[in-house]
Design a protein around this ligand. Structure first.
Ligand SMILES: *[C@@H]1O[C@H](CO)[C@@H](O)[C@H](O)[C@H]1NC(C)=O
Ligand SMILES: *[C@@H]1O[C@H](CO)[C@@H](O)[C@H](O)[C@H]1NC(C)=O
Ligand SMILES: *[C@@H]1O[C@H](CO)[C@@H](O)[C@H](O)[C@H]1NC(C)=O
Ligand SMILES: [Cu+2]
Length: 673
């Protein structure tokens, strides 16, 4: 009976992986569940290994060469013929304490290449291995004693994982550190650390290799830490009225697989276990030229550096690379309809492979919605004419949203497309601060550096930064682009021609090599644009897109400090590199315990030519975070981001002739027009 069932399952598996493996429509579609199963089968057959000896740390699309994708796209547009480029997957596996890079051809059903990685650093950590080692302390006697010593009930203790970073070690095993918290009386575990305890676990050995319990600081009390609605006590408030954006004629966007079209935009939304959402082939329809024009070949968050500023034993190592170590895509959480996204949102699911290669589904991973927030796209009231003119166009945009919850923090990631041609990248930080236990209960007691803000009794919110580095492969009307810095410079009026003594003017400078394009923003007035030097408007301006920065920060760590060597890709707010398919991850492909040898900062030192070439813009959104009491016990969203805005890309305002959307008048609204 058991054997029969087994055979049945084998048949089912075999069947499922031989039928629907090619159910993708677009060369950049993320791998689907049947493709994951196929990859797993092929790799496991070769390594004849039962799961614990080979673990899948990463499975993702090995994206086809850009030239192939572009020729697919142009042939597709003209002839509707769909000859998709070969479909390949990249597997990064741990096998006998080595990292393997295995490329699998899905149509040939075979391994194309296998490389043993011998450099420094390790692949992304899987959820499975983190879950496994998080449970280890509960069978580990010294830990059990530490919990008892603190008078706590071990049934209410949970442990979470922290990457260990790199601090100059010559040799290192693949380890992580566990941090434990108390959950009795409050859902807010991160507000109640068991300070002083550090458990070091070896991820390949799956065992505890070091243990410290250095001091005994009280666990912050539960009172005032709760954020779950049903557990709150009155008074409640403030009270907010219900609200909705009503679309009586339905949504204005179309989703076909992973391709989205809306208003004058069309683009593709992919997904990767490491990057999260990936926006590709974004093009905008030009009313004058009567065609779609290319803007963004591929955009995604390449790395996310979060260093904490507490150098003491229990905290110094907290210098996270949230993408390369924990996976922003793996950390995506299901969105809650009507709360995370509005009523008019549509949802996409996402799939990644667990460490056994079996696909895991994230339902409602990405939402897509039209946003009308009562803002104005453009307007003018003309008072000078006999009959007053008033022209107003409300601002409606299209948002692609996901939320990645990496431990305590929640990151809201928005890609917002505007009919005016702008793409706005939004980052919202919310969730729970990284907090440490302390003996202090009042600021007056603090005589030495506390490395953070005292938020409540025995609770310090530790200083830290958030740096999100975006990979933006802009292709402005074609691949050959240049990076132009337009400096705004003061000119002194030297003759008597004007009563003025000064004015400013622009001095454009085209970056020749990578060194010319390493920029710290805010130091001088300039506009930064990616232009197509081969395309001009009728008036002769170079067609381009400009970076409108929002939230930028300059790292304050010393450049020779270990975390900053690994995070050197944040040393500048802007980098431009020539396109290179293998330069994808700003913090390195093997970011965990990396030594900064494979970062954007290192690639850029080659100082390659970037003029009139296929180039990639890298921009880092940065926030120095000094926690404050309002961030406790849970943090109201802090928003940042930036915009890519057309600049001489169109002949004139591209939404000049856009008609006003029919906005619904609410029954009780009696304002006079
Ligand atoms: C610890 O907590 C568990 C679960 O709530 C409970 O069953 C147990 O009685 C507690 N132990 C002690 C010693 O209080
Ligand atoms: C790495 O692990 C091996 C085997 O568990 C151990 O013998 C060795 O000391 C470890 N090395 C370091 C640097 O911790
Ligand atoms: C592409 O990038 C990789 C990694 O930085 C590098 O080894 C390779 O030489 C680059 N290729 C070219 C053509 O620059
Ligand atoms: Cu923060």
């Amino acid at each position: 009976m058991k054997l029969l069932l087994f055979l049945f399952l084998i048949t089912l598996f075999f069947f499922s992986c031989t039928t629907s493996a090619s159910t993708y429509q677009h060369p950049l579609d993320p791998l689907n569940p049947s493709e994951f199963k196929l990859v797993r089968g092929i790799v496991q057959k070769t390594y004849e290994a039962s799961p614990p000896s080979l673990t899948f740390q990463y499975i993702g699309l090995d994206e086809p060469d850009k030239a192939l994708v572009l020729s697919w796209q142009s042939s597709n547009a003209k002839t509707k013929a769909k000859t998709l480029p070969p479909r390949r997957a990249l597997v990064i596996a741990r096998f006998k304490k080595h990292s393997l890079e295995i490329t699998v051809d899905l149509s040939k059903r075979s391994i194309v290449s296998t490389k043993v990685y011998t450099g420094q650093g390790f692949p992304m950590m899987t959820f499975d291995e983190q879950d496994f080692v998080s449970a280890l302390p509960f069978k580990y006697q010294p830990f059990i004693e530490s919990v008892h010593k603190r008078g706590l009930n071990i049934s209410h203790v949970v442990c979470t994982t922290a990457s260990v970073g790199w601090y100059g070690e010559i040799k290192s095993n693949r380890t992580l550190k566990l941090q434990c918290f108390y959950t009795q009386g409050s859902s807010n575990l991160f507000a109640r650390p068991l300070q002083g305890i550090t458990v070091v676990a070896d991820l390949d050995e799956r065992k505890i290799v070091e243990y410290f319990d250095r001091f005994n600081i009280p666990v912050p009390k539960a009172e005032g830490t709760e954020y779950v609605a049903t557990k709150q006590k009155p008074p409640f408030g403030p009270t907010l009225m219900g609200a909705a954006f009503v679309q009586p004629n339905g949504p204005g966007f179309k989703i076909d697989g992973h391709s989205i079209s809306w208003a004058n935009w069309e683009f593709h939304v992919g997904y990767d276990i490491r990057a999260g959402p990936m926006i590709s082939l974004a093009s905008i329809y030009d009313l004058q030229q009567q065609r779609y024009r290319r803007v963004l070949y591929r955009g995604y968050i390449s790395e996310f550096f979060v260093p904490y500023m507490d150098p003491t034993e229990n905290w110094y190592f907290k210098t996270f690379l949230d993408s390369g170590e924990f996976g922003l895509g793996q950390s995506i959480v299901s969105l809650e309809p009507l709360a995370d996204c509005p009523a008019n949102a549509a949802y996409l699911d996402a799939y990644f492979a667990g460490e056994d290669g079996v696909p895991v589904k994230i339902g409602n991973a990405i939402c897509v919605f039209e946003k009308y927030a009562g803002d104005i796209m453009w307007r003018h009231t003309e008072l000078e004419l006999h009959d007053e003119i008033r022209e107003v166009r409300p601002q409606v945009s299209l948002v692609v949203r996901s939320v990645s919850t990496v431990g305590n923090y929640d990151y809201i990631i928005d890609w917002e497309f505007k009919p005016s041609g702008s793409i706005k990248m939004g980052v919202g930080l919310t969730g729970i601060l990284g907090m440490k236990g302390t003996s202090y209960t009042h600021v007056d007691q603090i005589k030495e550096d506390a490395f953070g803000t005292l938020l409540a009794d025995n609770t310090i919110g530790v200083h830290h930064d958030h740096y999100l580095t975006y990979h933006l492969d802009l292709d402005i009307d074609g691949e050959a682009n240049s990076f132009v810095k337009t400096n705004l410079e003061t000119v002194r009026v030297r003759d008597q021609s004007s009563p003025r003594k000064s004015y400013w003017t622009v001095v454009p400078e085209t970056a020749k090599t990578e060194a010319d394009a390493r920029i710290n923003l805010g130091l001088k007035a300039s506009e930064l644009a990616i232009v197509n030097p081969n395309k001009q408007t009728k008036a002769g301006n170079k067609m381009g897109y400009r970076l409108v920065p929002g939230t930028v920060a300059h790292p304050l760590l010393l450049t020779d400090d270990y975390p900053q060597i690994r995070g050197a890709f944040t040393n500048y707010n802007v980098f431009v590199t020539p396109y290179n398919k293998s330069e994808k991850w700003a913090g390195g492909l093997y970011a965990d315990q990396s030594r900064g040898e494979d970062t954007l900062a290192v690639w850029s030192l080659r100082n390659r030519c970037i003029e009139n070439k296929d180039i990639v813009l890298w921009h880092t959104v940065g926030i120095h975070h000094v926690p404050c009491q309002e961030d406790y016990p849970i943090m109201p969203t802090l928003s940042g981001g930036f915009e890519l805005r057309p600049t001489n890309f169109f002949e004139r305002n591209p939404v000049l002739k856009s008609k006003r959307p029919k906005l619904v008048r609410f029954p009780k609204c009696n304002s006079q027009p």
